[in-house]
Design a protein around this ligand. Sequence first.
Ligand code: CLF
Ligand code: SF4
Length: 487
Amino acid sequence: MLQSTGLTNSDSSAAKTATPSTPKVSVPCGCGPSASQAAVPKNIQERIAKHPCYSEDAHHHYARLHVAVAPACNIQCNYCNRKYDCANESRPGVVSEVLTPEEAAHKALVIAGKIPQMTVLGIAGPGDPLANPKHTFRTFELVAEQAPDIKLCLSSNGLMLTEYIDKIKELKIDHVTLTINMIDPKIGEKIYPWVRYNRKRYKGIEGVRILHEKQMEALDALREADILCKVNSVMIPGVNDQHLAEVNEVIRSKGAFLHNIMPLISAPEHGTHFGLTGQRGPSPKELKAVQDSCSGNMKMMRHCRQCRADAVGLLGEDRSQEFTKDKFLEMTPEYDLAARQEVHEGIEKFTAEVKAAQAAKIAKTVKKGPKILLAVATKGNRLVNQHFGHAKEFQIFEVDGADVKFVAHRKVDHYCQTGYGEKATLEHIIETIADCKGVLASKIGLCPQEELRKAGLEPFEAYDVIDKVALDFYEQFTQSNESMGVL
Ligand code: CLF
Ligand code: SF4
């Protein structure tokens, strides 16, 4: 195995101080700003710095909370079953508890105390927030009054956005997501069977035309209001996959800040039209190809986890079961602005130090080479800090000796289920990350090490900042491959 020169599990104090709960930092090296992040103007960087969806850097450290206060919807998408989470912003799964605005605000204040790195309150379903305007805006009002440092975030299909733009401005909602899957109603006809507008249901292309016009007006209204707009597009192979480049052009020209092309989730058991008619979702490779084809035009989001409408925590984790209604209603809110700010300052100090250290290292040792992909087991905080067997997803980084760039995440079943590794699970993990050259984890058992190596994936144990470990790996990997004449 290539040898980690970073901290080991038993000698990991520097990396452990990088966690938000202990803000003191001493880090040997770290991460530089990604190219896309550096290209963002400073005033916008400040607006997105603590938003885990709008900033890839932020998603390693900051968390979001979704409150499910919006059950109704005003359109029908063929990838949605009303009994399930909104597939625009959630993976399918029943939202067992729709909340009142008062319950939702209580939950937000409880979680703001317990998870101080929770910086964003999002309303993303389970239906469309703007088809439930009373509950949506009341929730935002209550939270804004009592927790002014929490950013408010809204996700909608856009049909009713222009009707509520003044309210959105008044509440200072600075981040709005629109789900736009088409700009051609003929393609939209294959996605939306009906649209309900002004108390009337419009079927087929008539409804889709209304939706399209309203979505375009919504983009204009958000640009004019200087609200940061992210567009989500669900990629549906054979329906809109070839069309998404045109969608990308149009949303960019209308001022959208970020484009999130996400894969269709479709299975018969979800009971959706697409699920029942066998419409498949894209493979990770197909998704990446479309994302890459659009990335020259604008900033692309690649770290979306298609989270539940009641999700809690960092994007890669789901702590919703810790805060079910019966539990959070028993908890007393301990929102403390000063304590939250202290934690955020710790995170900012940590990220500034690792960026400075990275810049210094690059200035001294930069030696760009061929790009390789690495799979990283992480529990967050931009650290290699998880056992291989415990990982439920791997973050994929592209490394070229100078830059370490997050490019994707891949969900897996964790290998170590009951204290023992599952052979079939390991095979599936290997298949999922087969395009990588190495696997970085805090610990990797001897058996998976052997299997990984057989599949051409070099295992690498470390407990440290991802960027440092990735560059260490790259250096050793290229040296050993150069000496063998492979690179
Ligand atoms: Fe929620 Fe959406 Fe706001 Fe984020 S999610 S309302 S912008 S706070 Fe984020 Fe979840 Fe992807 Fe959405 S990872 S599904 S993009
Ligand atoms: Fe379902 Fe959301 Fe589409 Fe409404 S907008 S039908 S809730 S996916």
